[in-house]
Every structure is written in C-alpha cells, then in structure tokens.
Design a protein around this ligand. Structure first.
Ligand code: AMP
Length: 192
C-alpha cells in the first residue's frame, strides 16, 4: 500500500496535487476538511458543532477527526492506498493514525510537505475564496488565524515524521506539473 500524508498550510496546493496523485496512484482521498464540510451540508450534529469552530478558523477536536478517519479506513479495506489531506494536524492525530494503520499491518510511506510563504498563501486563499464559496477563504483575518493555528499546532507534526525519516519538504511555489513531478519522484524512491 502507498499511504501518503500531504502536508502544508491552507492554500499550499494540497487539493490540486491530491487530485493528480489520486489519478496516478489510484489512491483513496481522505480530506478531513472535505469530510467535515459534508457533515455540515448534511446538517448533522457533528457538522453543526464543527462549523462553529471552522468558522473561527480553529481546529476541531482530535477525537472527531480521528473517528472519521477510523471509519473511512474500515470502509476502504481493498484500497491500493490512501492520501491523507489536511490530516494529521496535531501530533496526537499523527500518533492515532499510526495506531489505526497498524491494525491493518500498514504504515505511512512518506509525508510530503508543500512549503509556501505566508504572503503567497494569503493571496491564493483570497483568490480561491472568490470561486470556492468557502467562508473561511473570504476573510483575511480568518485566513491569518488558520495559518497561525497551522504554525502553532500543525508544524510539530512535521517533526514527528522527520523523526521517523519520512519527511520530505518540497517548494510549493512554481509550475503545478513540476511540483507534481518532484512529489512523484520522492514517492517512487520509497515505494516500488
Ligand atoms: P481544510 O479544508 O483542511 O482547510 O480544513 C478546514 C477547517 O476544518 C480547518 O480550519 C479546521 O477547522 C477543520 N479541520 C480540517 N481538518 C482538521 C483536522 N485534521 N483536525 C482538526 N480540524 C480540522
């Protein structure tokens, strides 16, 4: 199995690169942001609780997203692999993901981190907000909160994978195809 964590701040290009990687490697896409947004659309209790936090640009509780990933892994046992997008966002989530995968005798193959500076991120997110309809992309204050939440709580996750020798940092500014090629090369070094 190829199990890839795609890492990077909001607006780094995780969604764009995910689509291409899924196509190439036939992976199941697990985006906790998308899963939460579908709970909101379905107006579930979980969705309503998550929305209040997402509207403030802060993380939802670890147990909520870990539970969602647990059930998706269970539902997709025949998958060729997974791409984790926007998850894990805390060290606690990273540890839980290792535990969940070990139940299937699986592990993370590599974590690919897309690196993009704050100024470029804000520009990209405001642009995305014009077409995505995502309320959290339309307000500069909220964007800043999400990036600072990322810096504070999510950056340590990179250290977690670094310790396991699984971290690869990639410049997320440049041609989409070139970035995709670099990611593919890194994957193929670790997965045959
Ligand atoms: P995203 O689509 O990944 O940018 O996520 C949008 C929002 O959903 C974030 O700002 C968080 O409030 C929430 N969220 C998504 N994934 C997670 C996660 N793994 N842990 C906690 N909160 C999350």
């Amino acid at each position: 199995m190829l199990n890839l964590v795609l890492f990077g701040p909001p607006g780094a290009g995780k969604g764009t690169q995910s689509e291409k990687l899924i196509d190439k490697y036939q992976l199941v896409h697990l985006s906790t942001g998308d899963l939460l947004r579908s709970q909101i659309a379905a107006q579930t209790e979980l969705g309503l609780r998550a929305k209040a936090l997402m509207d403030q640009g802060v993380l939802v509780p670890d147990e909520v997203v870990i539970g969602m990933i647990d059930s998706k892994l269970r539902e997709n046992q025949a998958a060729a692999g997974f791409i984790f997008d926007g998850f894990p966002r805390t060290v606690r989530q990273a540890e839980a993901l290792d535990d969940l995968l070990s139940q299937y005798n699986e592990q993370i193959t590599v974590m690919v981190a897309l690196e993009v500076d704050q100024e470029e991120l804000t520009k990209r997110l405001l642009l995305r907000g014009q077409s995505s309809g995502r309320p959290d992309d339309q307000n500069e204050e909220l964007i800043r909160r999400r990036v600072s939440e990322y810096n504070e709580k999510t950056t340590p996750v990179a250290g977690y994978y670094q310790q396991q020798g699984k971290y690869v940092g990639i410049n997320g500014i440049g041609d989409i195809e070139d970035i995709f090629q670099t990611i593919s090369n890194e994957i193929e070094k670790r997965h045959s």
